[in-house]
Design a protein around this ligand. Sequence first.
Ligand code: 8YV
Length: 326
Amino acid sequence: MKKRILAYGRLNDEQLAQLGQDVEVQTFPGLASADDPAFRAALPHAHGLIGAGLAITPELLDAAPRLEAIATISVGYDNYPVEALTRRGILLCNTPDVLTETTADTGFLLIMAAARRALELADLVKRGDWNAGIGPEHFGSDVHGKTLGLIGFGRIGAAVARRGALGFGMRVLYSNASPKPELERELGAERREMDRLLAESDFVCVTVPLTPKTEHLIGEREFALMKPSAIFVNIARGKVVNEAALIEALEMGRIRAAGLDVFEQEPLSPESPLPHMTNVVALPHIGSATHETRTAMAQRAVDNLILALKGERPIDLVNDVALRGG
Ligand code: 8YV
């Protein structure tokens, strides 16, 4: 008998057909909550899950005693209880690499849009107020030749740095648990303690994963260390930043502007002042959201899940679970 998987992520017809060759697929398009009754009813029979954006809890795992593997269509896996999965021998696979460049593009989009006040000025044009945009009160800041500080220097951080160093002649600083000598050679990047990086950078871009160690890594103290002209960009996870402190830093002019793709609560509450602030560019968590990249991420997740359920080593294994052999 074929194993059964529950697919709640966006998969195209070919991907569903590919899965269908090996497993029985039950789809849950647009699933918003793990409490959905049909999803709950299917969990006890599921050997695999594939999707994104759903918080998986140990309690949900209790309802899925046959579960062998989860393929998340994301690189981040802060939505998953990794220890509980490992204890139960459930493989967790993510989708690194395929989204690196697209997410770095989003980082640069935010750097550019915030620095050059693109949304604010486009709004003037929309309102028919073309002439209002030509005075110094609407001038932006240069990006080229400035100092770009990366907090986190993994694949995505390095890809943002590459754009800055090679495309915009920026000096690159990074703070990261381990040194990256190759990137230092390639980009002239310099490693700094985070506090020094914050004080020296014109653009501070956060790319660390969310873990208990990085939760609220950037708060009031860190914003106070930044230059008043600094532009802050977050393409990682909202919870890495104390959002109340960010709002205060922007309101008080302790930093100049922010470009944000992620927020402490998503979707962002309609009460949040952030999208209404003229010095904020707020995007709805679209770091990897291009046709090409989302298709590639879904494909990587499909390939991972098929391998995992066959007892073979998936391409991307997050947790250290003994394979069942196949
Ligand atoms: C995901 C992301 O697509 O991969 C990640 O970690 O943040 C995005 O690219 C998103 O989380 C899916 O909901």
